[in-house]
Ligand binder design. Sequence first.
Ligand code: SF4
Length: 364
Amino acid sequence: MKHLEEYRDKRQVRYLIDKIRDKISTSWNIMEICGGQTHSLLKNGLIEILPEGIIMIHGPGCPVCVTPAMMIDKAIALALNTEVILCSFGDMLRVPGNEKSLLKAKAEGADVRMVYSPLDALAIARKNPEKHIVFFAVGFETTAPANALSVIQAKKLDLDNFSILSSHVLVPPAMAAILRDEETHVQGFLAAGHVCSVMGTDEYEPVAREFNVPIVVTGFEPVDMLNGIYQCISMLENGKTGLMNQYSRVVRSEGNIQAKKIISEVFEVGTREWRGIGEIPQSGLVIRKEYDRFNAEKRFTINKIPMNEDNACMAGLILKGIKKPHQCPYFRNRCTPENPMGAPMVSSEGACAAYYHYGYESAT
Ligand code: SF4
């Protein structure tokens, strides 16, 4: 792989900005689907130097942000069981559920532990045979292989005290849901290179065909982002739709076959709830029946938790790109990273956190 500096080169950045400026004849709305790409646009100041007429709309690709409050409530209910140790990534601990966060539940006595990988949770299970360890498995296609692997490993070790609470979601169905929503005005997409490095690009072609949009697979460095934007507006200006892979140094059309095999061994596609968006059919991964013994929702009885999202936080509008973070009345006053009212202000990939950290009040 080439050195990263090549993809941060200032002369290349200026060259691409000029190319974009020369290309556009009108205004275009482009959604970068991934929260990591939103952060790259803001952190590198690209949003400020993009020519007028390029409107970047921030998408729902932040795993913590799209996990519904109802799933956090389920994780809290499990953590409050004295037989359970609930393990989770750090970001998830501070995201508010309907009443509290996992961190608050921990302060109230629940055994909640921060881990860096599901394999850490597996190690805790081996060390604590008298307890049941639940790993809160959230994320898009990128985290699914490791989470599936932890279940396969637990089966291999015949561990009876390990399960996962799964809230996995998939990118292409979310893109289709955004395009079906009459309030959104997305005309082209930048697809996330890391997701495509796992899943390949085949699932994006039907979306591009059905909705007549260009989709360009891009990376995260400034040169990658600008190349992706240039390819996308070139297609729009020329009236073309379809899929283009700008990130071919990492992404193959077939994806990572071994990782996909591991995912489909444990998970199958099913309906999922998204925070602020609601239920999207066939938009997530659910644990296969054969692995019921590693499914926390099957191992424990969790009282039905309603899908009440806090109406004060407009996470749904942010995640669909209908509103920008600074348009929320609570941004930077009642809602800050220290006192978040919603998930997009907590997560390192959340759009509200990005606007807060990089000092944006009116980015377009
Ligand atoms: S600023 Fe806070 S309250 Fe407003 S949408 Fe973002 S997370 Fe929700």
